[in-house]
Design a binder for this molecule. Structure first.
Ligand code: NAD
Length: 306
């Protein structure tokens, strides 16, 4: 069994750490939010007073944080804009395996990975797909960038949290693949919301329409596994007023990362750019903290106050 330090116990990190503990590993956890730490203790993890204490004595350390600035602050010691950094790489003994599961910009992933290597540590970028339900069920997809040997070393632990484990390529490749995936996710979520709203306005039942499209050529993950229309599926954010899940502001972040990649390679991404505008508009209307499938509300008629 492995002693693991786990930092960042939000919608995703909480259930991921719980699955590692369930598999019998010793999981030392830290989050800035005390309630998240409490939930992790209830799931069998061990609370640490701070991030440094969480990684002490661990062979493997995992971070699951919102964005690149948080990851750089934790591992490299830069300020994340709100608080000072921690330079935790400096606290780790050589040979420790650092796994960052956050979805972050490629430059930050490479910067942290190279700094880790320079200190004799091992590092992989390992962003995930599968949502909160996948994190809870231990069925996530891991998309890994880094050395093949480090991927192989991480695999037994990743398998406690996920079902599909992919090595995308060298350092940063996990993030590139993840951005391609999330751009596509944003496009089919917005498209699914649009198609459902079109049918419902013409009198169709959203559940019946979802079943029909689900067995037809319009089928996709947003429709089948994460239906945005309230009342169509249980156990999805649409069934709980879009609480929990994948926040719109995080999707906006990911679409920004995809646009930066497109800029870098002069790639044409017209559908991604449109999706980014839609999710930006939705976030600007005060929806940043709600699950991204609430984009369906953009398509609903509002009452005319006059
Ligand atoms: P979240 O906001 O729910 O969780 C992030 C956690 O990090 C919070 O609990 C926060 O308190 C903690 N945190 C931030 N800075 C910290 C620090 N310095 N020390 C300790 N804890 C700190 O976000 P999430 O939904 O769990 O997403 C995490 C990452 O996973 C993001 O990069 C996101 O894009 C990605 N992701 C999310 C989903 C999803 O469905 N929610 C799916 C795939 C990937």
């Amino acid at each position: 069994m492995t002693r693991i330090g786990f930092i960042g116990l939000g919608n995703m990190g909480g259930p991921m750490a719980a699955n590692l503990a369930k598999a019998g590993h010793t999981v030392q956890v830290f989050d800035l939010v005390a309630q998240s730490v409490e939930s992790a203790i209830a799931a069998g993890c061990i609370a640490a007073g701070d991030a440094r204490e969480a990684v002490t004595g661990c062979e493997v350390v995992i971070s699951m944080l919102p964005a690149g600035e948080h990851v750089r602050a934790l591992w490299l010691g830069e300020s994340d804009g709100e608080r000072g950094g921690q330079d935790l790489l400096a606290a780790l003994p050589a040979g420790t395996l650092v796994i960052d599961c956050s979805t972050i910009d490629v430059d930050s992933a490479r910067q942290v990975g190279e700094a880790a290597r320079a200190r004799g540590l091992r590092f992989i970028d390992a962003p995930v797909s599968g949502g909160v339900a996948g994190a809870a069920a231990g069925t996530l997809t891991f998309i890994v960038g880094g050395d093949a040997a480090d991927f192989a070393a991480a695999k037994p632990l990743l398998a406690c949290m996920g079902q599909n484990l992919f090595h995308a390529g060298a350092l940063g490749a996990g993030q590139i693949a993840k951005m391609c995936n999330n751009m596509l996710l944003a496009i089919h979520m917005a498209g699914t919301a649009e198609a459902l709203a079109l049918g419902v306005k013409e009198g169709l039942d959203p559940a019946v329409l979802s079943t029909i499209m689900g067995k037809s050529s319009g089928n996709n993950w947003s429709l089948e596994r994460y239906n945005p229309w309230p009342g169509v599926m249980e156990n999805v954010p649409a069934a709980r007023n879009y609480q929990g899940g994948f926040m719109t502001r995080l999707m906006v972040k990911d679409l920004g990362l995809a646009m930066a990649l497109a800029e870098h390679g002069h790639s044409a991404v017209p559908m991604g750019a449109l999706a980014r505008n839609l999710f930006n508009l939705h976030a600007a209307q005060g929806q940043g903290s709600r699950d991204f499938s609430s984009i369906v509300e953009l398509y609903l008629d509002k009452q005319d106050p006059a």
